[in-house]
Design a protein around this ligand. Structure first.
Ligand SMILES: [Zn+2]
Length: 107
């Protein structure tokens, strides 16, 4: 049995996305919305092989963030299909949409 790592990574994204949605409406059990978001974000970065969608460079986890391709303001806008990895260098020059970068920086 050989599972495609890309498929597994995509499934992991969806799994964590649902967990994040649960946490966001207060049904996440012990996991806070913020923790669930970090978990989810890491899954997206892994799916994208830590490659920035703007400059194409592979970056460290701490230099990457995720951003909606099509900002909608709704929770659906945060689905895995709509999130792309962007490095902090491109994010800075592009004038930023996610305000919590400093808070969400991974240790
Ligand atoms: Zn970049």
């Amino acid at each position: 049995m050989s599972a495609d790592p890309k498929v597994l990574a995509a499934m992991d994204c969806f799994h964590r996305y649902y967990r994040f949605r649960e946490a966001a409406r207060g049904a996440g059990g012990s996991q806070s919305r913020y923790e669930a978001w970090l978990d989810y974000k890491v899954a997206i970065l892994r799916r994208d092989e830590q490659r920035c969608s703007v400059c194409g460079q592979t970056r460290s986890m701490t230099d990457l963030d995720v951003r909606p391709q099509h900002p909608s303001g709704s929770a659906e806008g945060l689905s895995p299909d709509n999130l792309v990895s962007v490095c902090v260098y491109c994010d800075r020059s592009a004038g930023v949409m996610l305000r919590n970068r400093r808070k969400s920086r991974l240790a």
